[in-house]
Design a protein around this ligand. Structure first.
Ligand SMILES: [Zn+2]
Ligand SMILES: [Zn+2]
Length: 252
């Protein structure tokens, strides 16, 4: 029997704090292991709020380089250093993150700059459509495949297909409708999808109308909405979809 995996929504909000929600951060965990998917600026607050020990997080996967998805990493790393955690924090993100993340950390906490080792970051990059494996993050391995999606190009945006513990968890990251989502979500146990507006409102974000129109192209039974803007939050519940909220835990 395959052990259940829990997905804890540390933050289910957008970049603007809509609905008073925290920025994007998922904690994927079993009884013995855990990792984060995205780590928005508010992630450390969220981890403490929902009872997750930040010093027990050793791995963060990143969809794209917008602050509401990765600006929490320096604070998480700094907290670990302050607590005396010697294990590095492994970050697996899109190409470019190995140069941009140290710069971000230096901007946010300059006094750490004479001692860059203080952040203890082990930064790795995935290439589009090339599965990357992080064997140490989970018994049996953790395989991550990034699918390029339609969002602000300077952030190198990807949806992530995450294979772990016999399950397939897919997260859209930020994107408007992109045909790559069809491949990314094929056969997934769960597809967590950003849904920023009810109708097409921004060329770089998903909307409910489009998601509903393309629902049949997504070969997965379960879709959970996250990263919702004000009009989507006001319309909840939305028929045919589950909706995340901060602190919510689902099992796959
Ligand atoms: Zn975002
Ligand atoms: Zn974004």
């Amino acid at each position: 029997m395959v052990a259940p995996i829990r997905i804890r929504f540390i933050g289910s909000g957008d970049a603007f704090g809509s609905g008073g929600r925290l920025q994007t951060c998922l904690c994927v965990e079993s009884d013995t292991h855990r990792f984060l998917v995205d780590c928005g600026a508010s992630a450390l607050v969220g981890l403490r709020k929902f009872g997750v020990d930040p010093n027990a997080i050793d791995t963060v996967l990143v969809t794209h380089m917008h602050g509401d998805h990765y600006a929490g990493i320096p604070w998480l790393a700094l907290q670990r250093a302050a607590a005396g955690v010697k294990r590095p924090l492994t970050v697996l993100g899109p190409e470019g993150i190995s140069t941009r993340l140290p710069g971000l950390a230096d901007h946010l906490f300059p006094s750490a700059s004479p001692r860059p080792d203080r952040f203890q970051l082990d930064i790795r990059e995935y290439a589009s459509l090339r599965p990357a494996t992080l064997g140490e993050a989970w018994p049996g391995g953790l395989t991550v495949t990034g699918y390029p999606v339609t969002h602000v190009p300077a952030t190198n945006p990807h949806a992530l297909r995450i294979e772990v513990g016999g399950k397939v968890i897919v997260f859209s990251g930020d994107t408007s409708w992109d045909e790559n989502l069809v491949d990314a979500a094929a056969g997934a146990d769960i597809f967590i999808c950003e849904a920023w507006s009810l109708r097409p409102a921004a060329p770089v974000h998903m909307d409910i109308e489009t998601l509903r129109r393309r629902r049949a192209d997504l070969d997965c039974e379960r879709i959970v909405l996250t990263h919702m803007g004000d009009d989507v939050l006001a319309a909840l519940p939305i028929e045919g979809f589950e909706a995340a909220e901060d602190g919510m835990v689902i099992e796959v």
